[in-house]
Design a protein around this ligand. Structure first.
Ligand code: FES
Length: 113
């Protein structure tokens, strides 16, 4: 579990919310709760590096960057709407004793729209 970093309590991340966190071992991460499922993607939009955690988490599981409107699938990291063309990384997430732990980047099948 040493590759996992504690980023906060589940109760502080209600459904529909996102949280930007700085970790010691990787790029900034955006932790989200969509429909009770907690996950994490890279927090830097691949269009022009705006923080996705400051955008909008839609009910369909896409994160909208509020700078120029790009969207990413939070489960796969895939860019779903221009101007972004490249995916954001997806990270392994575990919930242990009510705490959110973010781990290494995971490989996903669909990474580009
Ligand atoms: S920086 Fe995100 S859409 Fe441009």
């Amino acid at each position: 579990m040493s590759e996992f970093e504690d980023v906060g309590a589940v109760v502080d991340l209600p459904d529909g919310e996102m949280l930007g966190v700085e970790l010691t071992t990787r790029q900034p991460v955006c932790v989200y709760n969509v429909g009770g499922t907690i996950g994490a993607v890279g927090n830097l939009c691949t269009h022009a590096l705006f923080h996705l955690s400051e955008g909008v988490l839609h009910g369909d599981g896409t994160i909208e960057c509020i700078w120029h409107g790009a969207r990413f699938d939070c489960r796969t990291g895939a860019a779903k709407r221009h101007p972004a063309e490249w995916p954001v990384p997806v990270y392994d997430v575990r919930v242990v004793n009510g705490r959110i732990l973010v781990g290494p980047e995971v490989a996903v099948e669909e990474t580009r729209s």
